[in-house]
Design a protein around this ligand. Structure first.
Ligand code: AMP
Length: 386
């Protein structure tokens, strides 16, 4: 009798995404090991954790020797570290795809090359460059760091050309290290994300489009499937497929899109499972986490169809009371096991229902009980308009 050896998936980064990947991997018989620079990273509560910095070559080589495939919960792992690991073990998505998504300038340049329209943008290297970029892009605009910005961090909004000095005072010091990009501010009608998965064999699937609301640049609420999308699903899927094929991407990714006058504009790509796809854990036949594990290990992909409608509340800073969610049918509580801290993503809840009216009623009941009416409002408005 041959011995049974379980596949081992290594995950770079030990946050809530790694935690949910590890939880999805277990029923597939896949073991997980995570690497993080901090000892109390929350994925360490559900999977073995190796504490190491990204530049600790020895520790990362020892980690690579323990695993069959490596993936990411964190897209800002230095591309050199990912490439070094890829010399010894399969790394998905490939380090080149990761590198493109780490830099807003190369990302938007690639979008345009793939036929994905974007807000007008210009690189900014110095103070005079900001004036040149403003002349080209116009105001209002947003100055962003090219690298290491996320959740609205490393951004400055310019209402008029007169805000250039203030923008430079806020971000100019980061120009040399991270680079800057100026983008036209888009007064979009809605924000959508398309979550997609591509297998090692090139098989490609998307989940239904998700409608997203942000507060201070951080995702606050998602509604899926996004209502009234007409032909947007087909168009967004085609854009995501082109991007995935161009990058020879393997695994799950999210393409964040603005909708303006019926046009889709690419904002950014997350080369990993994404917060706007958390609803798929309970709301879809196969979650983004399970399909990512399947994709990177070369298993067949699962059905991305939905069971009904879902609304996801993000819990930022601290958790509200769990009881109103636990008391509601088909509502699901997720506590990431993280210490509360302003701006930190500490959990989420997903509310599911077979139809829009029941979904709206469940969401409204929970929002009232938690005093979260303002957070729920975009979903309730969209569901009411159906
Ligand atoms: P980002 O970190 O680029 O995803 O930006 C965070 C949020 O800021 C986005 O989800 C949008 O709500 C908003 N935002 C970013 N870029 C733009 C833009 N060019 N025009 C309008 N809003 C933007």
């Amino acid at each position: 009798m041959s011995t049974y050896r379980q596949p081992v998936l290594g995950i770079l980064g030990g946050g809530q995404l790694a935690r949910m990947l590890a939880l999805a991997a277990a029923p597939l018989g896949v073991k997980t090991v995570v690497v993080d620079s901090v000892a109390d990273a929350c994925a360490g509560q559900v999977a073995p954790l190796v504490q190491a910095d990204w530049n600790d070559h020895e520790a990362l080589a020892a980690f690579a020797a323990r695993v069959d495939v490596i993936t990411f919960d964190f897209e800002n792992v230095p591309a050199e570290a990912a490439e070094r690991l890829a010399a010894d073990v399969a790394v998905y998505p490939n380090p080149a795809a990761l590198a493109v998504a780490q830099d807003r300038l190369s990302e938007k340049t690639l979008f345009n090359a793939c036929g994905i329209a974007t807000p007008a943008f210009q690189p900014v290297d110095d103070r005079e460059g900001l004036d040149r970029a403003l002349a080209a892009v116009g105001a209002p605009a947003i100055l962003k760091t090219r690298r290491l910005g996320y959740d609205g961090k490393g951004q400055f909004r310019l209402r008029t050309l007169a805000d250039a000095d203030a923008a430079w005072a806020a971000l100019g010091a980061q120009a040399a290290e991270h680079g800057l990009i100026l983008e036209a501010f888009v007064p979009f009608e809605r924000e959508l994300s398309v979550l997609a998965v591509r297998g090692r064999d090139g098989e490609f699937r998307t989940w239904p489009l998700t409608g997203n609301s942000h507060t201070d640049g951080v995702l606050s609420l998602s509604l899926a499937p996004a209502p009234s999308i007409d032909d947007l699903q087909q168009r967004a899927t085609a854009l995501a497929r082109t991007l995935a094929e161009r990058l020879d991407y393997v695994g799950v990714f999210a393409l964040e899109l603005f909708v303006k006058d019926g046009q889709l504009l690419g904002n950014e790509m997350a080369p990993r499972v994404h917060n706007s796809g958390h609803w798929t854990i309970e709301g879809a036949h196969t979650s983004q986490f399970e399909n990512h594990v399947r994709a990177v290990l070369g298993m067949p992909l699962g059905d991305t169809g939905v069971r009904g409608g879902s609304v996801m509340f993000n819990w930022i800073g601290e958790l509200p009371a769990a009881a109103p969610v636990l008391d509601t049918p088909d509502a699901h509580w997720h506590d990431y096991g993280k210490q509360p801290r302003p701006g930190r993503k500490v959990g989420h809840a997903t509310v599911c229902a077979p139809d829009a009216a029941t979904l709206a009623e469940r969401v409204a009941t929970i929002a009232r009980a938690l005093g979260r009416e303002a957070q729920a409002e975009p979903a309730l408005r969209a569901l009411r308009d159906l």
